[in-house]
Design a binder for this molecule. Structure first.
Ligand SMILES: [Zn+2]
Length: 79
């Protein structure tokens, strides 16, 4: 059987994709799925972010989702 834990680590890089931070320990880096689909394990969908960059990334993601929600609400009002 394919070990998902090791599969995960294959995509994790040694440094942050955004700020090039090289961690003292690997646990300081997070693997992010760009499209949010954890089954989409293509290299293009993977992003290695340090804890700091991931915090900002998750915040932006929430704000993006919120704006989509707002558009939906507006559309409902128009109809
Ligand atoms: Zn970073």
């Amino acid at each position: 059987m394919y070990n998902t834990k090791y599969g995960y680590l294959l995509y994790k890089k040694a440094k942050c994709d955004k700020c090039n931070f090289v961690p003292e320990d690997n646990c300081q880096l997070d693997l992010v799925y760009k499209d949010g689909d954890m089954k989409n394990k293509s290299v293009k969908n993977m992003l290695t972010l340090c804890a700091n960059c991931n915090r900002v990334y998750q915040k932006k993601l929430k704000e993006k989702n919120k704006s989509i929600l707002d558009i939906t609400v507006d559309a409902d009002v128009t109809i």
